[in-house]
Design a binder for this molecule. Sequence first.
Ligand code: GA4
Length: 328
Amino acid sequence: MLPMVVLSKPAMEQLSAATTLFTEVPLIDLSKPDSKNLIVKACEEFGFFKLINHGIPTEFIAKLESEAIKFFSLPLSEKEKAGPLDPFGYGNKKIGHNGDVGWVEYILLTTSNEANYQKFSSIFGEAAEKFRCAVNDYVSAVKKMAYEILEMLADGLKIQPRNVFSKLLMDEESDSVFRLNHYPPCPELHQEMNDRNLIGFGEHTDPQIISVLRSNNISGLQISLKDGNWISIPPDQSSFFINVGDSLQVMTNGRFKSVRHRVMANGSKSRLSMIYFGGPPLSEKIAPLPSLMKGEDSLYKEFTWYEYKKSAYKLRLADNRLGLFEKI
Ligand code: GA4
């Protein structure tokens, strides 16, 4: 367990409460023939959906979960040997470089196998071979699923080639990231009978194209609806949750919305999540696809993924990063 630390005031303040409401988040069954149209609708209305019948082998998920639990159960001094973030490795409470904190510890990795290999042996030692294999098996499977979803999106949008989005993730230079988040139970919250909210991971949108999240059965994830209301997403360890990222919002000229989301800490249980963030190569120009413009003007100034990332890292987590690139 993490040592007790007092988080800064804002993290502990009362947040606008989330409801479980009657809003159903879109559920996509990948085995159904009409899912491509439903995915498009979900990306337009929510920028978020739940995925079932995804075909990711359960043993890949189980193996990674057990390796991650083993790692996060190590004494802090051991885990810290896998840090500090540079930009990959182990991180604890601090998120980004500009003062954001959360009740979370995590591992950030690049998804390039070669780089992971080197990182793993340098930070986790040879004994971590099983952990490295578990990450690679899981990430390879999830990447393929992300390609498929992006190709279904291109089909659903009736644009060609169908790999117009997926090729950016498939590119050898794709700047994709993998993250394991552990939200330990927060004893203070437990004592207070949960009448206060504690931020595990503050509200934000993901900068990349698409994010694929899987968590254990512990709640915490909330998304913001278009009207600004927050809803809690019931956890489901056998499903995946997909987020539209800022770059996909731009490539669709705002037709798809990158979803604002956050994670609340829990008073008594550990939440574990694993997220693949599919991003383009650093040199890639991020701009609306001409085939989706239909005579409209671009809502965004032209920028490369490198420029966007650089500016993202100068801002706070909750900032509206795309705002800087919107045409007035
Ligand atoms: C949010 C999505 C991914 O987790 C991440 C995060 C990154 C980080 O944790 O280092 C960022 C955050 C994320 C967006 C703005 C910047 C960068 C922290 C932060 C304050 C790995 C990513 O790519 O962007």
